[in-house]
Ligand binder design. Structure first.
Ligand code: B12
Ligand code: SF4
Ligand code: SF4
Length: 328
């Protein structure tokens, strides 16, 4: 039966049709989760704040071009993140438009930025796309704390659509984790944010990766305001670092790292190539990133400082990190 807004009241929507709409609109995979699921207990308040009528969550995947993400020319990787992010954002809106015709209403949640900086330095996002994707059976989190899709591995952007209708069938988490336990993400991580047996270290990762984003931006403003002269300013921000900040502000933000995604061989597509020639993967993908000459931003005395210093190719830059002056 053709579904329309007139024959739906009170009836669940056919999940098969909803997923077909998602794929036709350009998503590479889609899954469905009900709002009342027990495992979403910790996420429910955030979701309902964003859209109080939420009954179901549609989790979406869009694939990055793997080679862009792996390139030692990191500006190629940054462009790829933004490009795929823009794509998944348009796809969500296209899906919503088609769902509206079936009587389903909802919101397309931001892929990542912009977020609610009014809560900074607290939790600035409301819907955790990784948790939604895991619940929707689209992948499991690996050692790198990224969602690993069984086919595409970690090379995916995620987003979620919150809708006001129930579905006839919901998805469940995958039984198997695509993580190969190869430890390449730990080996390439310049800060030690990924260390086997320990929780992922958000502060350490963002101090480095977000150097040209809001974390470093606060340090930048402080350096400009407090420096007595250019010499003192340059002791905090070299001209190269100022140029990097300019680029991030001008052309959308740059991530300094993301190597843990670049090296990850999980997912059928990547695993096949990796297992054919592991040495080649290490030589052509891991080493150029691990040995890349670059600054690594760490807080004084942190575990990251020790890790960064152990790699002679990295210039260790001590920075204040996330929180200087806690907001009143
Ligand atoms: C906050 C955030 C960050 C933070 C924190 C990352 C994190 N692991 O949470 C920082 C700034 C470090 C970050 C960095 C990056 N991010 Co980010 N980020 C987000 C954001 C906004 C929310 C993530 C979230 O929900 N975290 C909370 C929970 C789910 O995280 P978690 O993995 O479970 O880990 C936390 C706790 O669980 C705990 N923990 C970790 N392990 C364990 C184990 C146990 C046993 C326990 C008890 C706890 C625990 O510590 C962690 C830190 O607080 C999402 C966008 C969104 N709205 O969802 C993108 C997102 C997760 N980021 C993404 C990406 C790609 C990146 C980067 C590669 C940078 C980039 N180019 O975008 C790096 C990779 C770093 C990494 N390995 O995770 C993608 C991930 C895609 C994927 N395949 O999974 C997302 C989904 C954006 C998107 N829409 O595509 N990110
Ligand atoms: S983005 Fe870089 S610093 Fe952060 S966890 Fe991945 S490899 Fe480590
Ligand atoms: S790099 Fe290896 S250990 Fe790390 S998440 Fe990917 S498959 Fe798992």
């Amino acid at each position: 039966m053709k579904i329309s807004k007139n024959n739906r009241p009170g009836k669940p929507y056919p999940s098969k049709v909803i997923k077909e709409i998602c794929i036709k609109a350009g998503a590479d995979d889609a899954g469905l989760v009900e709002i009342d699921r027990n495992s979403l207990k910790g996420e429910r308040d955030g979701i309902l704040m964003v859209y109080p009528r939420t009954r179901s969550i549609i989790s979406l995947v869009k694939v990055h071009n793997r080679e862009n993400i792996q390139s030692p020319a990191r500006y190629l990787a940054n462009e790829e993140y933004h490009h795929t992010g823009d794509k998944i954002s348009s796809i969500s809106r296209e899906i919503l438009h088609r769902l509206n015709e079936l009587g389903l209403r909802g919101v397309a949640v931001n892929k990542s930025w912009p977020m609610d900086l009014g809560r900074w330095p607290g939790k600035i996002w409301d819907v955790s796309h990784k948790i939604m994707a895991v619940e929707a059976g689209l992948g499991q989190m690996g050692l790198n704390r990224l969602v690993l899709h069984p086919k595409y591995g970690s090379f995916i952007a995620l987003t979620s659509i919150l809708v006001d209708g129930d579905m006839d069938v919901y998805d469940q988490p995958l039984k198997e984790n695509p993580c190969l336990n190869c430890n390449l993400c730990e080996a390439v991580c310049p800060t030690g944010a990924i260390t086997k047996g320990q929780n992922f270290d958000l502060m350490t990762c963002s101090t480095h990766t977000y150097r040209d984003n809001m974390v470093g931006f606060l340090n930048w403003v402080e350096s400009m305001v407090t420096a007595q002269n250019m010499e003192e300013y340059r002791s905090h921000f070299t001209d190269r670092e100022t140029a990097f900040m300019w680029q991030s502000l001008m052309y959308r933000m740059s991530y300094r790292c993301s190597y843990c995604m670049a090296v990850c061989p999980a997912g059928e597509e990547n695993k096949t190539d990796y297992l054919k020639n592991k040495k080649d993967h290490v030589e052509k993908v891991l080493k150029p990133l691990r040995d890349r000459r670059e600054p690594v931003y760490v807080m004084a005395g942190s575990r990251a400082e020790g890790k960064a210093k152990s790699n002679p190719n990295k210039e260790v830059r001590i920075v204040p990190g996330i929180i200087r002056t806690p907001p009143k």
